[in-house]
Unconditional design. Structure first.
Length: 133
């Protein structure tokens, strides 16, 4: 083997490039950008309840509309709607509204939680407190 071929083989091995049949090699070195900042962790979900507002007053005679918007995290599949810790509904729409029956007089906590396909909570939730009077 001549020196040119040996040098080409050496470069091919060093840079992981394949040697062409004609003995020519092109070395492409990747351009790397280093910002000094680690990439952010995988994004989690987010749920926003737009109405009722936190600490809102609602009528004990009227149904309560819960308007919401959600962005599911990597493990999220759907939402659960709770009133005072009791599951009321399973929501598959990521933006919309759900209707609660009239709430009895007193303070109540309305929550939406992100859940996996097996209905396990992921830890992402949004809650509002309402008073029916």
């Amino acid at each position: 083997m001549n020196t040119k071929v040996l040098f080409s083989l050496f470069l091919a091995m060093m840079y992981g490039q394949a040697l062409a049949a004609d003995g020519k090699i092109t070395i492409n070195t990747p351009t790397l950008a280093y910002t000094g900042v680690a990439p952010p962790p995988a994004a989690g979900g987010k749920i926003t309840i737009t109405t009722p507002a936190d600490n809102a007053m609602v009528s004990p005679m009227a149904k309560v509309s819960v308007n919401y918007e959600a962005m599911l995290g990597p493990n999220g599949d759907h939402l659960h709607l709770y009133v005072d810790g009791k599951r009321i509904d399973v929501l598959r729409q990521l933006k919309g509204s759900a209707e609660l029956g009239a709430l009895p007089p007193g303070k109540h906590k309305v929550c939406l939680t992100e859940n996996t396909k097996s209905h396990a909570a992921t830890g992402v939730e949004a809650c509002v407190n309402v008073t029916s009077q």
